[in-house]
Design a protein around this ligand. Sequence first.
Ligand code: URA
Length: 196
Amino acid sequence: MNPLREDRQRSWDAASKEMSGCLRCHLSRSRNHVVIYRGSPTPKLLFLGEAPGAEEDRLGVPFVGRAGKTLSAAIARLGLTEDEYGITNVIMCRPEANVFDRKAATACTDWLRLKLHLLDPRFVVTLGDNALHALLPEVGRVTEVAGSLLSWEQRPLVPLLHPAATFRRKAYAERWQSDLSRLADWLGKSGRPWSS
Ligand code: URA
């Protein structure tokens, strides 16, 4: 491993240890696990979701429940290899009744910044309104901008609907597929954007 990577891995391990014991908000009282991250230690593309659900809280791993299956199918369709991507959430502890919790999101902001800094992805895909607005608070609703190419800190960012939205309405399931096709084009037509 090169020294820079080694240094970053050490910083990640130290940060993960701190995050696992986080007591910064009320969700620390009800959670089973702090759900930090899964994926490559050096992801080129980072998926950012909203908050863990019951299955994620039980296992301590993001997107392993029903929405996770939809996300996995999307990842397969995009042809991403294991070393190319990672998955995290804005909030790392399960909110009660699975309702996105703004207080918890505020308490998790510094952790999110730290994760983004240490993982340093070349490309970001946000999942749902709350993930999009955690990075780009000034843009419109996700339904207005999903599938378009935006930018966050000099990197391309593509917002998608939340995968769970596809269970709620047929129109969202169709939109998910068409936005995914556009994302696949950006990621595939002239080689991976991070290879150039
Ligand atoms: N929904 C999310 O936003 N994140 C998860 O980890 C699971 C479901």
